[in-house]
Design a protein around this ligand. Structure first.
Ligand code: NAD
Length: 193
């Protein structure tokens, strides 16, 4: 059974589901039943098997498209942002469609910002796959891209409509990435009242 935490206020309330595996047909399809098209954004470092799991769930149920960013912070750029926005426009996405961020904080931040600004806002779902994104960036609604003057200088507050946290994704993380997330965990533990 997944632990469900409801976050946010009034119309921007959303559920965060946490378990070993929350990426299930029931959890995802029930949430997007009114949606027509889905754009999945991921990056080249996220193991393909996770993308395949999302595709398998959507297959024959929703029209879906995939956008794969180069892995790394450089992808949180204005040029990636424009490419994604143009893809959404070319595919004729509208407010009955949605985006899925499948990856770490880089994917989550740029996908959230694209969703915040395309047609003044379409829904997006966070499926965080790094420890940092599971304990920090996927929850809280901060979305952003970088410019040469600094990190996260362009962005907005935009809550996802759902966050699916699966600890099984952490099994493939490198020690370096795991430790980077652990730093955030320790920070929260110290801050706790
Ligand atoms: N929005 C927020 O509140 C917030 C908070 C903290 C950090 N951030 C942002 O998050 C970003 C950093 O996020 P990050 O640490 O997740 O880095 P990241 O997104 O770059 O991911 C790190 C690497 O791990 C790979 N990866 C992802 N999932 C994997 C998996 N399950 N197995 C193996 N490899 C995997 C990625 O491809 C990437 O190469 C920064 O841009 C930072 O600004 C945002």
């Amino acid at each position: 059974m997944a632990r469900i935490i409801t976050v946010g206020k009034a119309s921007s309330k959303y559920n965060v589901l946490i378990a070993k595996n929350t990426l299930t047909k029931a959890n995802l399809l029930s949430h997007i039943k009114t949606k027509n098209k889905v754009l999945i954004v991921t990056d080249s470092g996220v193991p393909k098997k996770y993308l395949n799991e999302v595709k398998e769930i959507l297959k024959n149920k929703k029209k879906y498209y995939v956008h794969v960013l180069e892995k790394g912070e450089k992808s949180k750029s204005f040029s990636s942002y424009v490419t994604i926005q143009e893809k959404l426009a070319d595919l004729k996405f509208d407010r009955s469609d949605c985006m899925i961020a499948l990856g770490g904080g880089v994917v989550g931040d740029i996908t959230g910002f694209c969703a915040a600004t395309f047609l003044r806002g379409i829904d997006f779902i966070q499926i965080p796959t790094t420890l940092l994104s599971q304990v920090d960036s996927s929850v809280g609604g901060k979305t952003a891209i970088n410019i040469k003057q600094g990190k996260n200088l362009i962005g907005s507050f935009n809550n996802p409509s759902l966050v699916l946290i699966s600890s099984k994704f952490l099994e493939t993380l490198s020690e370096k990435e795991f430790n980077s997330g652990l730093g955030e965990v320790v920070k929260y533990a110290v801050y706790r009242e």
